[in-house]
Unconditional design. Structure first.
Length: 372
């Protein structure tokens, strides 16, 4: 049997041959519409920092103040002694923001999805997924032990057929704005079907929180179906500018997650500074300044001629996508290639993401370079 090192080297060579090898690029600046990579100043069109909060002075001040008072680490998991006051203050704000009875914060959006699905579904239950749901949702469904059913992307006829034949507890899981294509789920239709067939509905508003809806609560608010959603997930790491994930819903749901979500129970709590910064971000997003940034973001979307802050430029071939990304890099624009397994094989793309912090001339430069 070949040794481990030789086996891994061969697998890496195969990834390179298929155009699927990934590497890390060191960023020598804070996040923003411009970043420094390898000593070069680049326009950044790859960040999920939709409202430009990742380097906002209000959030930084909140984090610094929390470090001075609470230190740099939580010390343990939340159920041991890591449940410092900034956690509960943040959860109170998130519940009020999402207009739910309660909320609970996880270390990441991935942990929130996996922990929630495995807490709600198990052997004998059915989890129904959209074909393009995020990997964390798929992994959560797999780990739950439930029967998994998948419908083609946004295909409501197939979803209804799956609901018609499902038995036991049924959990529908969908993103509201899909992370790789930027398109919106037919949420109102999904809500109607889940009510018709008595299913539960769990939505991930990661790419809609802070962006969609009059009050920036997400697509469920925009479509007027917030009170019909059983489980609402969100993230602190995109429009809110920080890191972490959360779930909002009924008091019973949140209490169950505290007791059953393994990704919460067995993880060290987030640093208190992260929670304080996120609480400041929620306040900002709910304010007039949040409305101004939301308006600026969508103005940039329109200027690019896009439909969403996530604008996929489909290339197809994996190696060609990498080559195009490198050409843009050489011209001063940072847009990494997205390839399998993040997207299906043959669907490689440049995933352009826009921020409220981009200037109109930034958008024009991107348009010109993509036209070339």
């Amino acid at each position: 049997m070949p040794n481990l090192r030789d086996t891994l080297a061969a697998e890496l060579d195969e990834l390179r041959a298929c155009g699927l090898h990934r590497g890390l690029r060191r960023i020598d600046s804070s996040q923003g519409p411009r970043i420094v990579v390898g000593g070069r100043d680049l326009l950044n069109f790859s960040s999920n920092d939709y409202l430009g909060l990742a380097n906002d002075p209000v959030l930084k001040c909140a984090a610094v103040a929390a470090i001075k008072r609470w230190g740099v680490g939580a010390g343990a998991s939340r159920l041991v002694c890591g449940n410092l006051a900034p956690y509960e203050e943040l959860e109170t704000k998130l519940a009020a923001f999402k207009r739910k009875e309660a909320a609970i914060v996880f270390g990441s959006g991935y942990a929130a999805n996996v922990g929630t699905i495995t807490a709600l579904a198990g052997k004998g239950d059915v989890v129904i997924l959209d074909k393009l749901d995020h990997a964390s949702m798929i992994d959560g469904a797999r780990q739950s032990g439930a029967t998994i059913r998948v419908y083609p992307h946004k295909d409501m006829r197939k979803l209804e057929a799956l609901l018609r034949t499902a038995s036991g507890r049924v959990l529908i899981v969908t993103e509201t704005v899909f992370s790789m294509d930027g398109d919106a789920a037919p949420l109102a239709e999904i809500v109607a079907l889940k009510e018709q067939y008595g299913a539960w509905l769990m939505i991930d508003e990661a790419h809609a929180t802070g962006i969609s809806g009059k009050n920036r609560r997400g697509l469920a608010e925009e479509l007027g179906v917030e009170d019909k959603i059983d489980v609402t997930l969100g993230t602190l790491s995109k429009a809110l500018g920080g890191v972490g994930g959360f779930v909002a819903g009924s008091c019973e749901l949140i209490e169950l997650l505290r007791n059953r979500a393994r990704s919460l129970i067995y993880s060290t709590a987030l640093p208190p500074s992260v929670c304080a910064a996120a609480a400041a971000a929620v306040d900002l997003v709910m304010s007039g300044e949040g409305a101004r940034r939301q308006e600026g973001l969508w103005a940039n979307v329109r200027a690019l001629g896009a439909q969403s802050p996530i604008h996929p430029v489909i290339v197809g071939d994996e190696a060609a996508a990498v080559e195009l990304s490198q050409k843009l890099f050489e011209r001063g624009i940072f847009v990494p290639a997205i390839r399998y397994p993040t997207v299906p094989k043959g669907k490689a793309r440049l995933r352009v993401t826009l921020s409220a912090a981009h200037m109109r001339e930034d958008i024009e430069r991107l348009r010109n370079e993509l036209s070339r």
